[in-house]
Design a binder for this molecule. Structure first.
Ligand code: NAD
Length: 350
């Protein structure tokens, strides 16, 4: 396929770009290169004849029309977004502009292109979203259950509300205009190239620097972790085999409280890069909670498992170990990003 991937210089988008090229797909990476982008993430494929890069903003309709006409993609995989909940608390406007209005402009550009092509049934607009649109679950012990594709939307942060808005637009463009869309809602990702403002890289890098490991609130918030390469594989499966108009929840069934996750990372670091004295866990520090901090996310991935045969390739223990090894081996990558605006500062205290 010829894939137009938006946000391909970010964390998950770059994993999709690398994997798609490795599988023989042609890829056009469309990215505005915001603070969260890094073209080193796609250096492995930059010289491939299958790869092209377009620096453009999804809010720029004229640029989108030019790119659709120039590359004639078979499918769009839409990952470009503002993605950090803490930043959405400090500056929600950018999240509404990029995640809602940007998705609107991309949908309109895709619709115009698809119409001009004679409305081919094989075209796909794949919208990549998050489980955070479903809100917050009660603990598993209290019967909190898991998010399914039928769970009503109940977003609670500016980030998740803007993603929920974009999901609704994508469904509306299918129902109203017939645009052949598929949607995916995934749980928390981790792995190589994770921008050093998100929990797992913050913990690894602060640990190595001898700095406090900040845990919001009591650390009891539960997330369902998925290795980024397994997410990328699921996305490539959905864009090729997903049923038009349908959404798929993606998750690794790896629920961990934040404190348990951080302790597991500390144990891996203790084994791989022992401190002169004590454990990295000694650096754990509890800090003021995030306003509106969702208690628990958990995905029921039955649909994508049963209908498309997707399975994660690694356990969370294997994935975390691979991730720590990657950060230990790629200091030049993360050092450069630590210099970017806001990284290393506490954001989103409201
Ligand atoms: P990221 O912040 O690492 O990357 C986002 C990319 O989008 C960056 O390269 C950035 O430059 C680009 N971008 C931002 N605004 C843009 C604009 N206006 N025009 C063009 N490009 C723009 O994000 P990520 O963690 O890789 O997430 C990718 C997608 O997956 C997002 O849509 C996010 O909502 C979704 N998602 C993320 C997770 C997660 O755990 N990180 C989980 C589920 C879903």
């Amino acid at each position: 396929m010829k894939l137009l991937v938006t946000g391909g210089a970010g964390f998950i988008g770059s994993a999709v770009v690398r994997r798609a090229v490795a599988q023989g797909h042609a890829v056009v990476n469309l990215d505005a290169l915001t603070y969260a982008a890094c073209l080193d993430n796609v250096a492995a494929v930059a010289d491939s004849p299958l790869y092209a890069f377009e620096e453009a903003d999804i809010r720029d309709r004229a640029a989108l029309d030019r790119i659709f006409a120039a590359h004639a993609p078979d499918a769009v995989m839409h990952l470009a977004a503002e993605s950090h909940v803490d930043r959405s608390i400090d500056g929600p406007g950018t999240f509404v502009e990029t995640n809602v209005m940007g998705t609107f402009h991309l949908l309109e550009a895709a619709r115009a292109y698809w119409t001009a092509q004679g409305r081919p049934e094989s075209f796909r607009f794949h919208h990549i979203s998050t489980d955070e649109v479903f809100g917050s679950l009660a603990p598993a012990e209290a019967g909190g259950g898991q998010f399914t594709e039928e769970t009503p939307y109940d977003p609670r942060s500016p980030y998740s509300a803007s993603k929920a808005g974009s999901d609704h637009l994508v469904r509306a463009w299918h129902e109203t205009y017939g645009l052949p869309v598929v949607l995916t809602n995934c749980s928390n990702n981790y792995g190589p190239y994770h921008f050093p403002e998100k929990l797992i890289p913050v913990v690894i890098l602060n640990a190595l620097a001898g700095k406090p490991l900040p845990i919001y609130g009591t650390g009891e918030n539960v997330r369902d972790w998925l290795y980024v390469e397994d997410h990328a594989e699921a996305l490539l499966l959905v864009v090729q085999k997903g049923e038009v108009g349908r959404s798929y929840n993606i998750g690794g069934e790896n629920e961990r409280s934040n404190i348990a996750l951080v302790r597991a990372l500390c144990a891996i670091l203790d084994a791989k890069r022992p401190k002169a004295e004590g454990s990295y866990a000694d650096q754990i520090t509890f800090v003021a909670d995030r306003p509106g901090h969702d208690a628990r996310y958990a995905i029921d991935p039955a649909r994508i498992r049963e209908e498309l045969g997707w399975r994660p390739s690694v356990t969370v223990e294997e994935g975390l170990e691979k991730t720590v090894e990657w950060y230990l081996a790629n200091e030049a990558w993360w050092r450069a990003l630590q210099a970017r605006d806001g990284v290393g500062r506490r954001l989103g205290t409201g």
